[in-house]
Design a protein around this ligand. Structure first.
Ligand code: SAM
Length: 252
């Protein structure tokens, strides 16, 4: 059995009773950074043994984790924050377990079948959407923008979709990202206004429905809403506003 368990994105109280019970019952907890997970477990006086599993984990490591499952051990996977697999390495492990299961079942080893269950809870993605005030019955999640290669293509896609787009961005690049989408949208507007438009195309919209959530559920939680230019200025003016973790929702 492999449980995929969501953990808090800041506030340690944001964890379900079921998650706490299972974290206390499993044989091992696989986690990204043992210090981060230890902090959570200490808070709830849970003593389960931790094993590290992160984006740089080698195949050998994954094989040894699969071996534990084959031996009938019950494992839980958590990430540093939120729901494993949402822009972190959790999804890869689930894939590997499923692949291993396919191989084993072709050998007709019925007892090699694993169960994967989700223990749902927080994610920065849903937390940001839930307070965005934007229509969220349809949205697109694009995760982190690439740092270099493919960045412009990413930005074009963000601006091109008809639904709100959610992006994760780090404190080091938050201003850069906001400035880039603003600049690219302005180029589109300028192009529209200077070129003769015989096909009746619509003028690209100004970016007026942007929501930037910083440090969700934490002491310095801040949400900026509205015009992108104003948000950029506010974040630029305040060095404290450039700290922490960010989710950006680009409304259409
Ligand atoms: N699996 C996580 C989830 O479900 O949200 C996301 C993991 S991803 C490696 C980490 C990114 O999520 C951060 O860089 C930030 O963009 C976003 N994030 C996580 N916690 C956050 C918080 N408390 N406030 C704002 N953004 C957060």
């Amino acid at each position: 059995m492999l449980y995929i368990i969501a953990t808090p994105i800041g506030n340690l109280e944001d964890i379900s009773l079921r998650a706490l019970r299972i974290l206390g019952e499993v044989d091992f907890i696989l986690c990204e950074d043992t210090r981060v997970t230890k902090n959570l477990l200490n808070h709830y006086k849970i003593n389960t043994k931790l094993l590290s599993y992160h984006q740089h984990s080698k195949d050998q490591k994954v094989d040894s984790l699969l071996g534990l499952l084959r031996d009938g051990k019950i494992l839980a996977l958590v990430s540093d924050a939120g729901t494993p697999g949402i822009s972190d390495p959790g999804g890869k492990l689930v894939q590997r377990v499923l692949e291993d299961q396919t191989l084993s079942s072709s050998n007709e080893q019925e007892d090699a079948r694993y169960k994967i269950e989700s223990i749902p809870g927080p994610s920065a993605l849903t937390a940001a959407l839930s307070i965005s005030g934007l229509p969220t019955d349809k949205f697109i999640f694009m995760g982190f923008p690439p740092h270099k290669k493919g960045r412009l293509t990413f930005i074009k896609k963000v601006l091109d979709t008809e639904y709100p787009v959610v992006v994760y961005e780090s404190k080091y690049r938050i201003i850069k990202f906001l400035e880039e989408i603003n600049e690219y949208q302005n180029q589109l507007i300028k192009k529209f206004e200077t070129e003769i438009n015989s096909k009746g195309a619509k003028r690209p919209k100004d970016l007026t429905s942007i929501v930037v959530c910083r440090e969700l559920t934490k002491m310095h939680e801040t949400t900026y809403r509205g015009e992108i230019k104003n948000i950029i200025n506010k974040i630029k003016q305040d060095p404290n506003a450039q700290r922490g973790e960010f989710v950006v929702v680009i409304g259409k």
